[in-house]
Design a protein around this ligand. Structure first.
Ligand code: TXE
Length: 485
Protein backbone atom coordinates (compact mmCIF):
# COMPACT_ATOMS: atom_id res chain seq x y z
CA UNK A 1 0.00 0.00 0.00
CA UNK A 2 1.52 3.34 -0.93
CA UNK A 3 0.65 5.99 1.60
CA UNK A 4 2.53 9.14 2.50
CA UNK A 5 2.97 9.10 6.25
CA UNK A 6 5.21 12.15 6.39
CA UNK A 7 2.97 15.12 7.26
CA UNK A 8 3.36 18.33 5.27
CA UNK A 9 4.70 19.98 8.42
CA UNK A 10 4.83 19.29 12.16
CA UNK A 11 2.09 21.66 13.29
CA UNK A 12 -1.23 22.97 12.02
CA UNK A 13 -1.66 26.53 13.28
CA UNK A 14 -3.81 29.45 12.16
CA UNK A 15 -5.39 27.48 9.35
CA UNK A 16 -2.23 26.09 7.76
CA UNK A 17 0.64 23.68 8.18
CA UNK A 18 3.56 25.25 10.01
CA UNK A 19 7.14 24.05 10.35
CA UNK A 20 9.92 25.02 12.72
CA UNK A 21 12.75 22.51 12.72
CA UNK A 22 14.44 24.23 15.67
CA UNK A 23 12.33 22.09 18.02
CA UNK A 24 13.31 18.66 19.32
CA UNK A 25 13.19 15.97 16.60
CA UNK A 26 10.39 13.44 17.17
CA UNK A 27 10.60 10.33 14.98
CA UNK A 28 7.33 8.68 13.94
CA UNK A 29 7.73 4.93 14.34
CA UNK A 30 5.44 2.35 12.71
CA UNK A 31 4.86 -0.12 15.55
CA UNK A 32 4.39 -3.10 13.22
CA UNK A 33 7.92 -2.85 11.82
CA UNK A 34 9.85 -0.47 14.06
CA UNK A 35 10.67 1.61 10.95
CA UNK A 36 10.76 5.39 10.99
CA UNK A 37 7.90 6.54 8.74
CA UNK A 38 8.07 10.26 9.37
CA UNK A 39 9.44 12.98 11.55
CA UNK A 40 7.98 15.98 13.35
CA UNK A 41 9.57 18.64 15.54
CA UNK A 42 8.41 19.76 18.97
CA UNK A 43 6.81 23.19 19.09
CA UNK A 44 9.20 26.03 19.80
CA UNK A 45 8.13 29.04 21.90
CA UNK A 46 7.37 30.87 18.62
CA UNK A 47 5.01 28.11 17.48
CA UNK A 48 3.30 28.00 20.88
CA UNK A 49 2.84 31.78 20.80
CA UNK A 50 1.31 31.67 17.33
CA UNK A 51 -1.03 28.86 18.43
CA UNK A 52 -2.19 30.92 21.39
CA UNK A 53 -2.62 34.26 19.62
CA UNK A 54 -4.42 32.76 16.62
CA UNK A 55 -6.57 30.68 18.97
CA UNK A 56 -7.63 33.76 20.93
CA UNK A 57 -8.46 35.68 17.76
CA UNK A 58 -10.46 32.79 16.27
CA UNK A 59 -12.31 32.19 19.53
CA UNK A 60 -13.64 35.74 19.62
CA UNK A 61 -15.00 35.37 16.08
CA UNK A 62 -16.39 31.85 16.69
CA UNK A 63 -18.13 32.72 19.94
CA UNK A 64 -19.93 35.54 18.14
CA UNK A 65 -21.53 33.15 15.65
CA UNK A 66 -24.95 31.54 16.09
CA UNK A 67 -24.94 28.09 17.66
CA UNK A 68 -26.46 26.48 14.57
CA UNK A 69 -23.72 27.99 12.40
CA UNK A 70 -21.05 26.50 14.65
CA UNK A 71 -22.91 23.20 14.65
CA UNK A 72 -23.04 23.15 10.86
CA UNK A 73 -19.25 23.37 10.66
CA UNK A 74 -18.85 20.48 13.10
CA UNK A 75 -21.38 18.33 11.28
CA UNK A 76 -19.69 19.04 7.94
CA UNK A 77 -16.39 17.94 9.48
CA UNK A 78 -18.10 14.74 10.66
CA UNK A 79 -19.24 14.02 7.10
CA UNK A 80 -15.73 14.56 5.72
CA UNK A 81 -14.25 12.23 8.34
CA UNK A 82 -16.74 9.54 7.36
CA UNK A 83 -16.08 10.02 3.62
CA UNK A 84 -12.34 9.59 4.25
CA UNK A 85 -12.70 6.84 6.80
CA UNK A 86 -10.48 4.35 4.97
CA UNK A 87 -7.55 6.76 4.50
CA UNK A 88 -7.85 8.03 8.06
CA UNK A 89 -8.02 4.47 9.37
CA UNK A 90 -4.86 3.53 7.50
CA UNK A 91 -3.15 6.56 9.00
CA UNK A 92 -4.42 5.63 12.48
CA UNK A 93 -2.94 2.16 11.96
CA UNK A 94 0.42 3.64 10.94
CA UNK A 95 0.35 5.95 13.96
CA UNK A 96 -0.67 3.34 16.57
CA UNK A 97 -0.17 -0.13 15.07
CA UNK A 98 -3.79 -1.04 15.84
CA UNK A 99 -5.28 -3.48 13.29
CA UNK A 100 -7.07 -1.91 10.34
CA UNK A 101 -9.96 -4.24 11.20
CA UNK A 102 -10.40 -2.08 14.32
CA UNK A 103 -9.47 1.35 13.07
CA UNK A 104 -11.98 1.12 10.21
CA UNK A 105 -14.84 1.00 12.73
CA UNK A 106 -13.57 2.61 15.93
CA UNK A 107 -11.50 5.72 15.30
CA UNK A 108 -12.46 8.24 12.61
CA UNK A 109 -16.02 6.92 12.97
CA UNK A 110 -16.07 7.60 16.71
CA UNK A 111 -14.47 11.01 16.10
CA UNK A 112 -17.21 11.75 13.55
CA UNK A 113 -19.88 10.69 16.05
CA UNK A 114 -18.54 13.28 18.52
CA UNK A 115 -18.52 16.06 15.90
CA UNK A 116 -22.02 15.13 14.76
CA UNK A 117 -23.43 14.87 18.28
CA UNK A 118 -21.95 18.12 19.59
CA UNK A 119 -22.66 19.84 16.27
CA UNK A 120 -26.30 18.95 16.86
CA UNK A 121 -26.25 20.32 20.39
CA UNK A 122 -24.52 23.61 19.52
CA UNK A 123 -27.76 25.37 18.60
CA UNK A 124 -29.55 24.49 21.83
CA UNK A 125 -27.03 25.65 24.41
CA UNK A 126 -29.10 28.16 26.29
CA UNK A 127 -29.50 29.60 29.76
CA UNK A 128 -32.72 29.88 31.71
CA UNK A 129 -35.16 32.49 32.87
CA UNK A 130 -35.54 32.63 36.67
CA UNK A 131 -38.65 34.39 38.05
CA UNK A 132 -37.92 36.30 41.29
CA UNK A 133 -41.26 37.82 42.30
CA UNK A 134 -41.47 41.29 40.79
CA UNK A 135 -37.88 40.95 39.62
CA UNK A 136 -36.24 38.26 37.55
CA UNK A 137 -32.94 36.78 36.55
CA UNK A 138 -31.43 34.84 33.71
CA UNK A 139 -28.41 32.72 33.03
CA UNK A 140 -26.14 32.75 30.01
CA UNK A 141 -24.03 29.74 29.05
CA UNK A 142 -20.70 31.20 28.01
CA UNK A 143 -17.59 29.54 26.57
CA UNK A 144 -14.49 29.18 28.75
CA UNK A 145 -12.22 30.70 26.10
CA UNK A 146 -9.03 28.99 24.98
CA UNK A 147 -8.89 25.27 25.85
CA UNK A 148 -5.92 22.93 25.67
CA UNK A 149 -6.39 19.24 24.84
CA UNK A 150 -3.55 16.84 25.62
CA UNK A 151 -3.84 13.38 24.11
CA UNK A 152 -2.66 9.85 24.85
CA UNK A 153 -1.34 7.58 22.12
CA UNK A 154 -4.00 4.86 22.09
CA UNK A 155 -6.80 6.72 20.24
CA UNK A 156 -5.21 9.75 18.54
CA UNK A 157 -8.10 10.62 16.20
CA UNK A 158 -10.86 9.88 18.68
CA UNK A 159 -9.26 11.82 21.53
CA UNK A 160 -8.64 14.84 19.26
CA UNK A 161 -12.40 14.98 18.59
CA UNK A 162 -13.77 13.87 21.96
CA UNK A 163 -12.04 16.98 23.31
CA UNK A 164 -12.36 19.25 20.29
CA UNK A 165 -16.03 18.70 19.43
CA UNK A 166 -17.60 19.76 22.76
CA UNK A 167 -15.05 22.56 23.17
CA UNK A 168 -15.89 24.04 19.77
CA UNK A 169 -19.64 23.45 20.13
CA UNK A 170 -19.59 25.65 23.25
CA UNK A 171 -17.78 28.48 21.45
CA UNK A 172 -14.24 27.82 22.63
CA UNK A 173 -11.03 27.48 20.62
CA UNK A 174 -8.71 24.52 21.17
CA UNK A 175 -5.01 23.88 20.98
CA UNK A 176 -4.53 20.13 20.81
CA UNK A 177 -1.21 18.51 21.64
CA UNK A 178 -1.13 14.87 20.56
CA UNK A 179 1.04 12.33 22.33
CA UNK A 180 4.60 12.50 21.00
CA UNK A 181 4.22 8.75 20.26
CA UNK A 182 1.35 9.29 17.77
CA UNK A 183 1.65 12.76 16.20
CA UNK A 184 0.01 12.14 12.81
CA UNK A 185 -3.77 11.78 13.13
CA UNK A 186 -4.73 15.02 14.90
CA UNK A 187 -3.17 17.03 12.05
CA UNK A 188 -5.82 15.55 9.73
CA UNK A 189 -8.58 16.58 12.13
CA UNK A 190 -7.27 20.16 12.08
CA UNK A 191 -7.09 20.12 8.27
CA UNK A 192 -10.66 18.78 7.98
CA UNK A 193 -12.10 21.38 10.36
CA UNK A 194 -10.70 24.14 8.15
CA UNK A 195 -12.14 22.46 5.09
CA UNK A 196 -15.50 22.31 6.88
CA UNK A 197 -15.46 26.07 7.44
CA UNK A 198 -13.91 26.63 10.87
CA UNK A 199 -12.06 29.94 11.20
CA UNK A 200 -8.26 29.75 10.98
CA UNK A 201 -6.76 29.28 14.45
CA UNK A 202 -9.86 27.76 16.02
CA UNK A 203 -8.37 24.28 16.29
CA UNK A 204 -4.59 24.28 16.30
CA UNK A 205 -2.42 21.17 16.61
CA UNK A 206 1.09 21.47 17.92
CA UNK A 207 3.59 18.69 18.62
CA UNK A 208 5.79 17.94 21.57
CA UNK A 209 6.14 15.98 24.79
CA UNK A 210 5.51 17.04 28.40
CA UNK A 211 7.46 20.30 28.12
CA UNK A 212 5.18 21.63 25.37
CA UNK A 213 2.09 20.49 27.30
CA UNK A 214 3.49 22.22 30.38
CA UNK A 215 4.17 25.46 28.49
CA UNK A 216 0.58 25.52 27.23
CA UNK A 217 -1.09 24.97 30.57
CA UNK A 218 1.05 27.46 32.46
CA UNK A 219 0.13 30.24 30.03
CA UNK A 220 -2.38 32.55 31.73
CA UNK A 221 -4.30 33.02 28.45
CA UNK A 222 -5.35 29.35 28.53
CA UNK A 223 -8.59 28.73 30.44
CA UNK A 224 -8.96 24.98 30.49
CA UNK A 225 -7.02 21.76 30.09
CA UNK A 226 -8.40 18.34 29.21
CA UNK A 227 -5.92 15.48 29.50
CA UNK A 228 -6.08 11.82 28.59
CA UNK A 229 -3.10 10.04 30.06
CA UNK A 230 -1.62 8.28 33.06
CA UNK A 231 -2.41 9.12 36.70
CA UNK A 232 1.06 10.56 37.48
CA UNK A 233 0.80 12.94 34.51
CA UNK A 234 -2.76 13.80 35.52
CA UNK A 235 -1.61 14.72 39.02
CA UNK A 236 1.05 17.05 37.60
CA UNK A 237 -1.24 18.68 35.05
CA UNK A 238 -4.08 19.08 37.57
CA UNK A 239 -1.71 20.73 40.07
CA UNK A 240 -0.35 23.09 37.41
CA UNK A 241 -3.87 24.04 36.31
CA UNK A 242 -4.93 24.58 39.92
CA UNK A 243 -2.24 27.22 40.43
CA UNK A 244 -4.16 29.45 37.99
CA UNK A 245 -7.61 28.07 38.87
CA UNK A 246 -8.09 26.68 35.37
CA UNK A 247 -10.90 24.24 34.56
CA UNK A 248 -9.82 20.62 34.06
CA UNK A 249 -11.07 17.35 32.65
CA UNK A 250 -8.89 14.36 33.54
CA UNK A 251 -9.34 11.00 31.79
CA UNK A 252 -6.77 8.81 33.46
CA UNK A 253 -5.91 5.20 34.07
CA UNK A 254 -7.81 2.26 35.46
CA UNK A 255 -7.66 -1.27 36.82
CA UNK A 256 -11.29 -2.06 36.30
CA UNK A 257 -13.20 -5.12 37.51
CA UNK A 258 -15.33 -7.32 35.29
CA UNK A 259 -17.44 -9.68 37.40
CA UNK A 260 -18.79 -12.94 36.01
CA UNK A 261 -21.46 -14.50 38.23
CA UNK A 262 -22.32 -18.20 38.21
CA UNK A 263 -25.55 -17.60 36.27
CA UNK A 264 -23.89 -15.60 33.47
CA UNK A 265 -24.08 -16.55 29.81
CA UNK A 266 -20.50 -17.82 29.65
CA UNK A 267 -19.98 -17.18 25.96
CA UNK A 268 -21.07 -13.57 26.32
CA UNK A 269 -18.93 -13.16 29.44
CA UNK A 270 -15.91 -14.52 27.57
CA UNK A 271 -16.69 -12.16 24.68
CA UNK A 272 -16.86 -9.24 27.11
CA UNK A 273 -13.55 -10.25 28.69
CA UNK A 274 -11.91 -10.50 25.25
CA UNK A 275 -13.19 -7.05 24.25
CA UNK A 276 -12.18 -5.66 27.64
CA UNK A 277 -8.62 -7.01 27.54
CA UNK A 278 -7.40 -7.60 24.01
CA UNK A 279 -9.00 -4.94 21.82
CA UNK A 280 -6.25 -2.51 20.72
CA UNK A 281 -3.81 -5.02 22.23
CA UNK A 282 -5.16 -4.09 25.64
CA UNK A 283 -4.16 -0.43 25.36
CA UNK A 284 -7.50 0.93 26.56
CA UNK A 285 -7.95 2.87 29.80
CA UNK A 286 -11.37 1.40 30.64
CA UNK A 287 -10.27 -2.24 30.23
CA UNK A 288 -11.69 -4.82 32.64
CA UNK A 289 -8.32 -6.28 33.50
CA UNK A 290 -9.38 -7.86 36.79
CA UNK A 291 -11.80 -10.55 35.67
CA UNK A 292 -13.50 -11.92 38.79
CA UNK A 293 -15.08 -15.28 37.91
CA UNK A 294 -17.32 -17.21 40.30
CA UNK A 295 -15.66 -20.47 41.47
CA UNK A 296 -18.57 -22.52 40.11
CA UNK A 297 -17.96 -21.40 36.52
CA UNK A 298 -14.23 -20.69 36.57
CA UNK A 299 -13.25 -23.88 34.73
CA UNK A 300 -15.99 -23.45 32.13
CA UNK A 301 -14.98 -19.79 31.64
CA UNK A 302 -11.28 -20.65 31.17
CA UNK A 303 -12.07 -23.55 28.85
CA UNK A 304 -14.26 -21.37 26.63
CA UNK A 305 -11.70 -18.55 26.71
CA UNK A 306 -8.91 -20.92 25.60
CA UNK A 307 -11.15 -22.14 22.81
CA UNK A 308 -11.89 -18.57 21.63
CA UNK A 309 -8.19 -17.59 21.83
CA UNK A 310 -7.59 -19.96 18.93
CA UNK A 311 -9.25 -17.23 16.85
CA UNK A 312 -6.39 -14.78 17.49
CA UNK A 313 -4.77 -13.64 14.26
CA UNK A 314 -1.66 -11.66 15.15
CA UNK A 315 0.39 -10.00 12.43
CA UNK A 316 0.48 -7.23 9.85
CA UNK A 317 -2.14 -4.76 11.09
CA UNK A 318 -2.89 -3.62 7.52
CA UNK A 319 -4.21 -7.13 6.78
CA UNK A 320 -7.91 -6.91 7.57
CA UNK A 321 -7.95 -10.52 8.79
CA UNK A 322 -5.54 -9.60 11.60
CA UNK A 323 -7.19 -8.93 14.96
CA UNK A 324 -4.14 -8.41 17.20
CA UNK A 325 -1.52 -5.83 16.31
CA UNK A 326 1.65 -4.71 18.07
CA UNK A 327 2.06 -2.53 21.15
CA UNK A 328 2.39 1.14 20.29
CA UNK A 329 6.11 1.28 21.10
CA UNK A 330 9.13 -0.72 22.12
CA UNK A 331 8.90 0.94 25.54
CA UNK A 332 5.30 -0.15 25.97
CA UNK A 333 6.22 -3.72 24.96
CA UNK A 334 8.97 -3.69 27.59
CA UNK A 335 6.56 -2.40 30.25
CA UNK A 336 4.05 -5.16 29.41
CA UNK A 337 6.70 -7.92 29.33
CA UNK A 338 7.91 -6.67 32.71
CA UNK A 339 4.41 -7.16 34.15
CA UNK A 340 4.13 -10.64 32.62
CA UNK A 341 7.43 -11.57 34.30
CA UNK A 342 6.09 -10.20 37.61
CA UNK A 343 2.92 -12.29 37.25
CA UNK A 344 4.99 -15.46 36.82
CA UNK A 345 7.37 -14.51 39.63
CA UNK A 346 4.51 -13.85 42.06
CA UNK A 347 2.87 -17.21 41.37
CA UNK A 348 -0.01 -16.58 38.95
CA UNK A 349 -0.83 -19.47 36.59
CA UNK A 350 -0.11 -18.72 32.94
CA UNK A 351 -3.07 -20.02 30.91
CA UNK A 352 -2.00 -18.73 27.51
CA UNK A 353 0.37 -16.34 25.76
CA UNK A 354 3.11 -14.72 27.80
CA UNK A 355 5.72 -14.16 25.14
CA UNK A 356 6.80 -11.45 22.73
CA UNK A 357 7.26 -13.13 19.33
CA UNK A 358 10.70 -12.74 17.81
CA UNK A 359 9.78 -10.68 14.78
CA UNK A 360 9.91 -7.06 13.69
CA UNK A 361 7.44 -4.83 15.47
CA UNK A 362 6.43 -4.56 19.09
CA UNK A 363 4.17 -7.61 19.42
CA UNK A 364 3.03 -9.27 22.64
CA UNK A 365 0.80 -12.37 22.61
CA UNK A 366 -2.62 -12.08 24.22
CA UNK A 367 -1.91 -13.36 27.72
CA UNK A 368 -4.19 -14.87 30.35
CA UNK A 369 -3.26 -15.51 33.98
CA UNK A 370 -5.54 -17.45 36.34
CA UNK A 371 -5.36 -17.94 40.11
CA UNK A 372 -4.43 -14.29 40.42
CA UNK A 373 -4.73 -12.86 43.94
CA UNK A 374 -5.61 -9.29 44.88
CA UNK A 375 -2.09 -8.57 46.20
CA UNK A 376 -0.25 -9.48 43.01
CA UNK A 377 1.26 -6.60 41.05
CA UNK A 378 -0.64 -7.60 37.89
CA UNK A 379 -3.91 -7.22 39.83
CA UNK A 380 -3.03 -3.80 41.25
CA UNK A 381 -1.24 -1.77 38.58
CA UNK A 382 -2.41 -0.62 35.17
CA UNK A 383 -0.49 -2.69 32.61
CA UNK A 384 -1.91 -1.18 29.40
CA UNK A 385 -1.30 -4.32 27.37
CA UNK A 386 -2.96 -7.62 26.42
CA UNK A 387 -2.80 -9.19 29.88
CA UNK A 388 -5.96 -10.59 31.50
CA UNK A 389 -5.99 -11.59 35.15
CA UNK A 390 -8.65 -14.09 36.25
CA UNK A 391 -9.44 -13.98 39.97
CA UNK A 392 -11.84 -16.54 41.50
CA UNK A 393 -14.54 -15.48 43.99
CA UNK A 394 -17.38 -17.15 45.94
CA UNK A 395 -19.76 -14.51 47.20
CA UNK A 396 -21.41 -11.27 46.02
CA UNK A 397 -20.42 -9.07 48.98
CA UNK A 398 -16.88 -10.40 48.87
CA UNK A 399 -16.44 -9.62 45.18
CA UNK A 400 -17.85 -6.10 45.55
CA UNK A 401 -15.37 -5.34 48.34
CA UNK A 402 -12.48 -6.75 46.34
CA UNK A 403 -13.54 -4.99 43.13
CA UNK A 404 -13.62 -1.65 44.95
CA UNK A 405 -10.26 -2.17 46.68
CA UNK A 406 -8.27 -0.07 44.20
CA UNK A 407 -7.18 3.54 43.87
CA UNK A 408 -8.82 3.58 40.41
CA UNK A 409 -12.50 3.88 39.47
CA UNK A 410 -12.85 4.24 35.72
CA UNK A 411 -15.04 1.30 34.69
CA UNK A 412 -16.74 -1.86 35.93
CA UNK A 413 -18.75 -4.65 34.34
CA UNK A 414 -21.12 -7.35 35.53
CA UNK A 415 -22.26 -10.48 33.71
CA UNK A 416 -25.34 -12.14 35.21
CA UNK A 417 -28.83 -13.19 34.09
CA UNK A 418 -30.27 -11.97 37.41
CA UNK A 419 -31.75 -8.55 36.68
CA UNK A 420 -31.90 -7.32 40.26
CA UNK A 421 -28.40 -8.54 41.07
CA UNK A 422 -27.00 -6.76 38.00
CA UNK A 423 -28.33 -3.38 39.13
CA UNK A 424 -27.63 -3.98 42.84
CA UNK A 425 -23.98 -4.81 42.16
CA UNK A 426 -23.45 -1.99 39.65
CA UNK A 427 -24.97 0.36 42.24
CA UNK A 428 -22.25 -0.61 44.72
CA UNK A 429 -19.25 -0.51 42.38
CA UNK A 430 -17.28 2.71 42.61
CA UNK A 431 -16.67 3.44 38.93
CA UNK A 432 -17.75 6.07 36.44
CA UNK A 433 -18.47 4.04 33.29
CA UNK A 434 -20.23 0.72 33.88
CA UNK A 435 -21.54 -2.16 31.79
CA UNK A 436 -24.17 -4.85 32.32
CA UNK A 437 -23.73 -7.97 30.18
CA UNK A 438 -21.32 -6.08 27.94
CA UNK A 439 -17.92 -4.41 28.12
CA UNK A 440 -16.21 -1.31 26.71
CA UNK A 441 -19.03 0.22 24.67
CA UNK A 442 -18.52 3.98 24.48
CA UNK A 443 -21.38 5.66 22.59
CA UNK A 444 -21.08 9.45 22.41
CA UNK A 445 -24.56 9.78 23.97
CA UNK A 446 -23.36 8.39 27.35
CA UNK A 447 -20.99 10.20 29.71
CA UNK A 448 -17.50 8.71 29.92
CA UNK A 449 -15.08 9.21 32.80
CA UNK A 450 -13.86 7.97 36.11
CA UNK A 451 -14.04 8.42 39.86
CA UNK A 452 -11.23 8.32 42.44
CA UNK A 453 -7.75 8.43 40.82
CA UNK A 454 -9.23 7.70 37.37
CA UNK A 455 -10.26 11.24 36.77
CA UNK A 456 -12.31 14.37 37.07
CA UNK A 457 -15.13 15.48 34.79
CA UNK A 458 -16.87 13.65 31.98
CA UNK A 459 -16.38 13.42 28.24
CA UNK A 460 -19.17 12.79 25.72
CA UNK A 461 -22.93 13.33 26.21
CA UNK A 462 -24.64 16.48 27.44
CA UNK A 463 -22.46 16.21 30.57
CA UNK A 464 -19.41 17.37 28.57
CA UNK A 465 -21.13 20.72 27.94
CA UNK A 466 -20.78 21.48 31.66
CA UNK A 467 -17.03 21.04 31.35
CA UNK A 468 -16.57 23.38 28.37
CA UNK A 469 -18.84 26.24 29.37
CA UNK A 470 -19.70 28.33 32.40
CA UNK A 471 -22.84 30.08 33.56
CA UNK A 472 -23.16 33.81 33.95
CA UNK A 473 -26.15 34.78 36.08
CA UNK A 474 -27.84 38.14 35.72
CA UNK A 475 -30.22 39.66 38.28
CA UNK A 476 -32.71 42.15 36.81
CA UNK A 477 -34.48 44.58 39.18
CA UNK A 478 -37.73 45.96 37.79
CA UNK A 479 -38.36 48.51 40.58
CA UNK A 480 -36.36 51.02 42.59
CA UNK A 481 -33.22 50.11 44.51
CA UNK A 482 -33.58 50.21 48.29
CA UNK A 483 -30.40 51.24 50.11
CA UNK A 484 -29.68 51.97 53.82
CA UNK A 485 -28.62 55.51 53.12
O1 TXE B 1 1.57 8.69 29.17
P1 TXE B 1 1.61 10.11 29.83
P2 TXE B 1 2.71 7.90 28.37
C1 TXE B 1 -0.37 4.83 30.87
C2 TXE B 1 0.12 3.52 30.36
C3 TXE B 1 1.48 3.85 29.82
C4 TXE B 1 1.92 4.98 30.71
C5 TXE B 1 2.88 5.95 30.09
O2 TXE B 1 0.22 2.61 31.43
O3 TXE B 1 2.36 2.78 29.93
O4 TXE B 1 0.74 5.66 31.02
O5 TXE B 1 2.41 6.42 28.84
C6 TXE B 1 1.57 14.56 28.01
N1 TXE B 1 2.47 18.44 31.26
N2 TXE B 1 -1.30 5.47 29.98
O6 TXE B 1 4.09 8.26 28.81
O7 TXE B 1 2.99 10.43 30.25
C7 TXE B 1 2.27 13.61 27.08
O8 TXE B 1 3.10 14.30 26.18
C8 TXE B 1 1.62 18.37 30.23
C9 TXE B 1 -2.66 5.26 30.30
O9 TXE B 1 2.46 8.06 26.95
O10 TXE B 1 0.54 10.19 30.82
C10 TXE B 1 1.07 12.93 26.41
O11 TXE B 1 0.55 13.78 25.38
N3 TXE B 1 1.50 17.27 29.45
C11 TXE B 1 -3.53 6.25 29.67
C12 TXE B 1 0.05 12.83 27.54
O12 TXE B 1 0.46 13.81 28.49
C13 TXE B 1 2.26 16.20 29.74
C14 TXE B 1 -3.20 6.59 28.26
C15 TXE B 1 0.00 11.45 28.20
O13 TXE B 1 1.29 11.09 28.60
C16 TXE B 1 3.16 16.22 30.82
C17 TXE B 1 -1.78 6.79 28.08
C18 TXE B 1 3.25 17.40 31.60
N4 TXE B 1 4.06 17.48 32.64
C19 TXE B 1 -0.90 6.19 28.91
N5 TXE B 1 3.77 15.01 30.86
C20 TXE B 1 -4.99 5.90 29.83
N6 TXE B 1 -5.33 5.18 30.88
O14 TXE B 1 -5.82 6.30 29.04
C21 TXE B 1 3.29 14.27 29.84
N7 TXE B 1 2.37 14.98 29.16
Amino acid sequence: MSYDTQPKASHFVDGAYLEDTAGERIPVIYPATGAEIGVVYAATPAVIEKAITSGLRAQAEWAGMMGVERGRVLRRAADILRERNRDLSVLETYDTGKPLQETLVADATSAADALEYFGGLAGSLTGEHVPLGADWGYTVREPLGLCVGIGAWNYPTQIACWKGAPALACGNAMIFKPSETTPLCALKVAEILIEAGAPAGLYNVIQGAGAVGGALITDPRVNKVSLTGSVPTGQKVYATAAAQMKHVTMELGGKSPLIVFEDADIDNAVGGAINGNFYSSGQVCSNGTRVFVHEAVKDAFLARLSERLKGVVMGDPMDEAVNIGPMVSDRQREIVMGYIAKGLEEGATLVSGGTAPKQDGFYVEPTVFSDVTDEMTIAREEIFGPVMSVLPFCDEDEVITRANATEFGLSAGVFTRDLTRAHRVIGKLRAGSCFINSYNDAPVELPFGGVKASGVGRENSKAAIEHYSQLKSVFVRMGDVEAPF
